[in-house]
Design a protein around this ligand. Structure first.
Ligand code: SAM
Length: 220
């Protein structure tokens, strides 16, 4: 998702109490419990867009700490505006490229990772940029706690097939794979729709989802 540049978005982000500022990010690994001031589990969404999913999740689960990660200022601004309308003490934002995710979370610090409707990067030469690629799975493995899980949803069948194919070579196992989340009443219980999910499911696109976990210890 890229929105047109919004004048002042960088300044708004730089002044926002909801954003962990770039200068502070190097101090974050291993210190998220101090940042939130509690011992609660840590769940992150990578590529959160305008933040509907993570804001809804944080509101529903005050016993969990949430971080929304977004690369673009103009998009992050929308999530900040949502927080200004309804402030939540268990939600914070990082403006960064997820490529550098291991520089903000310590080994085993994250309990759950959400990827929702990640950019498909359809050209083969860009496959490494896909957020569910083997390259990214290697980074997620480092920051995930033993027993931690990653959930991925998309309506893009090509991207989903690619993502499923990456699991075994990267040393991950699937606990759930569905090609029609909205057609399964049981799986749909507790499902929080993202902005893209609302849009594409309304168009009749089936929504794919997997839940995965590392197969074996970190560093494999
Ligand atoms: N998750 C939201 C949803 O489901 O409605 C937004 C989906 S949108 C297609 C993908 C988002 O991921 C965009 O806002 C994009 O800027 C962000 N993104 C893509 N690559 C990223 C990266 N490497 N690091 C951080 N954010 C990224």
């Amino acid at each position: 998702m890229r929105l047109r540049n919004i004048t002042g978005s960088r300044e708004t982000i730089a002044a926002s109490p909801y954003v962990i500022q770039e200068a502070v990010q190097p101090k974050c690994p291993g210190n998220w419990k101090d940042i939130f001031g509690n011992e609660n589990p840590l769940h992150i969404e990578i590529g959160m867009g305008k933040g509907k999913f993570i804001h809804t999740m944080a509101k529903a689960h005050p016993e969990i700490n949430y971080i929304g990660i977004e690369k673009y200022s103009s998009v992050l601004l929308r999530a900040i505006q949502k927080m200004e309308r309804e402030e939540l003490s268990n939600l914070k934002f990082l403006r960064m490229d997820a490529e550098n995710i291991t520089s903000v979370f310590g080994p085993g610090e994250v309990d759950r990772i959400y990827l929702n409707f990640s950019d498909p990067w359809p050209k083969d030469r860009h496959a490494k940029r896909r957020l569910p690629s083997g390259e990214f799975l290697a980074r997620y493995r480092v920051i995930l706690k033993p027993g931690g899980k990653l959930e991925f949803k998309t309506d893009n069948r090509d991207l989903f097939d690619f993502a499923v194919g990456e699991l075994e070579p990267a040393g991950w196992k699937a606990e759930l794979v569905t090609y029609d989340l909205h057609g399964d009443e049981e799986l749909l219980k507790g499902n929080v729709m993202t902005e893209y999910e609302e849009k594409f499911s309304a168009m009749g696109n089936p929504i794919c989802k997997y839940i995965i976990s590392p197969d074996g210890p970190a560093g494999k």
